[in-house]
Design a protein around this ligand. Sequence first.
Ligand code: GRF
Length: 200
Amino acid sequence: MSGCRVAILISGSGSNMEALAQSMTGDHPARPAIVISNRPGVAGLARAARLGVPTAVVDHTRWGRDRAGFEAALDAELVRAGAELVCLAGFMRILTADFVAARAGSMLNIHPSLLPFYRGLSTHARVLAAGDIEHGCSVHLVTPDLDAGPVLGQARLRVREDDTAETLAARVQALEHRLYPLVLRRFVEGVLDPVMLEAA
Ligand code: GRF
């Protein structure tokens, strides 16, 4: 297979994974090499299989508190797949600085907020609690600090009066599915200036 080999790491439903994998066709400079989940049996694995993308499970619970052991197993799968670029897509494990450093500049993540605001979890509820009028998502390079790497793209929407955490999550996810493939393609093509999208 030609093109940059991309590994996509997931923990759950894999809707961003699907958007990424489906985008890597035709004249796209990358191809999905493997989808790896840290949780067995999640919907994203079945989705990947349906798309014809090889899958692997590295179940973090097998290593207990041994993060280095888990990451060594993860790294072995990445190496086996010949992954040159890693896209975290709803991957719910925090990676150690050593793991991140080993792949510095070649690991992307999607985060459901307009970074640098709302790093971490429960972003939609926190946006509502703060009364913000804008929200969105960001794709960034992964660095050892959580959700703090350079932003490569953002998509924004206006928060509605009647939004709940659930409606916001759904609306932000629709933006994620547009933003992440766009940023991935630009990144592989060497375009690093951030791209900004607005909800229709
Ligand atoms: C996405 O909303 C992403 O922003 C967050 O986790 C969610 C994953 O959803 N980090 P999916 O597995 O891609 O459907």
